[in-house]
Design a protein around this ligand. Structure first.
Ligand SMILES: [Zn+2]
Ligand SMILES: [Zn+2]
Length: 347
């Protein structure tokens, strides 16, 4: 009889033999953190274990003095007889899947992940690495057949064309996306020769963490560094919470846009009330989720945050043992559906 290596508890996903939690939503003595987004990395835990690459972002978000142990990708530690290692998830800087091995069982908890075709990976972090396991705990943020991302090169071409047109017309281009992950992917993907790039103060410390981790990003400016003429050709990257704010109004007649996987939904675009929506996500789309799940070889799959019921049914139709865990991860869904103004808490 095999014991489950991860179970649900009110505090979060719990490993009974190892006596630790993965991305707990309530404070616990020992927490393994998959990545530094707010709904996965919370304050108040006694001890944190996370990937080496996530250290800068974690400390900048949770405090420099957190009790943090880091592991390189693939490095293993033993805790109460549970062998633990972290593997790239392709989602944001330092994001990791957690592999647990105990009593002949291998379980992998994915956290959030992004997979894509060849030449289309997230260039601002290590690409997703499939890890063989008996049981895979998968996210399902975009687990609906309507979610199919176009190649990201095409998305960046669209963004560049929009920026160039605005610059030629003498208007700034205000592109809103989450400060951590999305903003850096946009920076790494756009054509910086079109004009200057301005970043909001919420984005700057994260850019610094990426640069410190060796990720190449184009030069960025504070809004106060540029004169009016330069601003009229600028691409401005800011969190969604600036929409309608005094900060955003200083760009005058700017064109505004939002970059998110949710922009695939017309309703989300309309609620956002922006000139343009660019479909750009740091999560796997429907085919990506299926490909990633198959690559693990798992016969049992547990689905978290997203369209759990639909994903569970699809997995069962594939002959897999499938169920869902209730979690308190909310990611971009909440942000895209809530009115502007209170959206920066999650991603
Ligand atoms: Zn995330
Ligand atoms: Zn998540």
């Amino acid at each position: 009889m095999n014991v489950d290596l991860i179970v649900q508890r009110p505090e979060g996903l719990y490993c009974p033999p190892g006596d630790f939690y993965i991305d707990p939503w309530r404070p616990v003595p020992r927490a393994v953190i998959t990545h530094a987004h707010g709904d996965h990395a919370r304050m108040g835990n006694g001890h944190y274990l996370a990937s080496q690459k996530s250290e800068g972002v974690l400390r900048s978000r949770l405090g420099a003095d957190i009790h943090l142990q880091t592991l390189a990708y693939g490095e293993t530690v033993d805790h109460h007889g549970v062998r633990l290692s972290l593997h790239p998830a392709g989602h944001v800087l330092g994001s990791a899947q957690v592999r647990l091995e105990h009593g002949g069982q291998v379980w992998v908890a994915s956290g959030d992940y992004f997979v894509s075709g060849a030449e289309d990976h997230n260039t601002t972090c290590e690409p997703f690495e499939p890890v063989r396991c008996h049981c895979f705990i998968t996210e399902s943020t975009f687990g609906l057949p309507i979610y199919r991302w176009q190649p990201q090169r095409e998305v960046f071409d669209d963004i560049n064309r929009w920026w160039q047109r605005n610059a030629d017309a003498g208007r700034a281009s205000l592109l809103m996306g989450y400060s951590f992950g999305k903003a850096q992917r946009i920076l790494a993907g756009v054509d910086a020769s079109i004009g200057p790039i301005v970043t909001h103060g919420a984005v700057d410390p994260l850019n610094e963490a990426y640069r410190a981790a060796g990720v190449a990003l184009p030069a960025t400016h504070r809004v106060t560094d540029l004169d009016k003429a330069a601003l009229s050709r600028a691409l401005v990257i800011a969190p969604p919470s600036v929409q309608g704010s005094a900060w955003a109004r200083r760009f005058g007649d700017a064109s505004d846009a939002f970059a998110s996987g949710w922009m695939q939904l017309r309703g989300a675009r309309r609620r956002r009330a922006v000139d343009r929506g660019f479909v750009l996500s740091d999560h796997a789309d429907w085919p990506g989720l299926q490909r990633a799940i198959r690559a693990t070889g798992a016969e049992r799959v547990i689905v978290t945050h997203g369209y759990e019921a639909i994903m569970v049914r699809w997995l069962q139709e594939q002959g897999l043992q499938a169920e869902a865990f209730e979690t308190e991860y909310d990611d971009e869904r909440v942000a895209a559906e809530k009115p502007a103004g209170d959206v920066e808490s999650n991603e």
